[in-house]
Design a protein around this ligand. Sequence first.
Ligand SMILES: NC(=O)c1ccc[n+]([C@@H]2O[C@H](COP(=O)([O-])OP(=O)(O)OC[C@H]3O[C@@H](n4cnc5c(N)ncnc54)[C@H](OP(=O)(O)O)[C@@H]3O)[C@@H](O)[C@H]2O)c1
Length: 334
Amino acid sequence: MTNNIMGRREFIQTTAKVIAATTLASSIGPPRALGAPAPVILITGTSSGFGFRMALTFARAGYKTYASMRNIAAENQESAQSLREAARHEGLFLEVIELDVTATEQAKGVVDEIMRREGRIDILINNAGAFVFTPIEIVPRDLWDFQMRTNVYGPMELVGLVMPHMRAQRVGLIIQVSSRVGSFVIPGISLYATSKFALEAASEAAHYEATHQGIDFAIIQPGAFNTEVNRNARKIFAAITMPLILKERPAGESHYRNFLQTLDGNFSGQPPRDPQEVANLALRIAETPRSERVLRYPVGDAWEIDPLRNRNQQIANFQRQAMQDAGFSHLYRP
Ligand SMILES: NC(=O)c1ccc[n+]([C@@H]2O[C@H](COP(=O)([O-])OP(=O)(O)OC[C@H]3O[C@@H](n4cnc5c(N)ncnc54)[C@H](OP(=O)(O)O)[C@@H]3O)[C@@H](O)[C@H]2O)c1
């Protein structure tokens, strides 16, 4: 988390820059019909990175934005404060609410509360995610649980909570933040890739199940962007991965350390792409007419996007055929 790693002044400067820079994004998308109610959106993981920028971007575009994050009273106090101040200064509808995506009861409470206040939820963005890196050989069961609870079970539980309301409204959009490693694997991030493959599989299946009920899924597949993801990954490594490995797989430690050094070397050269691009893409998807939306949206450098587009097309071709063979061609949608 930014605020744990940076000093307070650095964090405030960074968020102030983000708030200033994202002002441009508010002009994206067609204006809504006069008098139409503002769409209601719930975003997870808004304490930093893509989520922080998405919260500002949607609020500035006129959406009733519920920006959720965990630990508002502790580690994420400054992030919550920055969003609330931006809301106050700019007159935005931007509510910061507590949500740890792995906490089922809390998720139910959040969805119930938004429904009580607004009577609808138009968009869910499952953005929160954790990045665990470790060789697969030494992954203890609890580490599998941690990765999958954060990146798959929690997000899909939220999907299950909002879908009945969207079905009743006969309109809804669920944006899932996956990764380029939701389609490709890189050694050492196999656990994370497994979680994103799983998220994409579950989301694609739900897309076919729900599209005729007015609910769309859109999967964003980012390449490498300059967020807090790597710093947070190192925190997870120190606080969760290493203690679990030491407890469950003491023999794996030295192997892991060598491997980690190699990974560190690879990650340090990440291109500093602006995460605002991903927030802008999410808004663009929301403002795209249903008939023109597609399921997967790669975003990043061309060298990341082009192979993903090819891969997505291959999956789509195969998927269409598979659904036709299984008698479900009426549910297929690209
Ligand atoms: N940046 C990239 O290059 C990249 C590439 C592909 C995909 N992605 C995906 O993009 C999404 C956003 O990541 P980011 O790059 O913006 O990184 P980030 O700055 O680390 O943001 C991750 C967010 O997820 C939150 N989070 C983690 N576990 C949570 C939990 N149990 N409950 C609620 N919130 C939780 C974090 O909150 P805390 O501050 O409380 O930890 C933080 O707000 C993730 O799903 C990530 O896998 C990122």
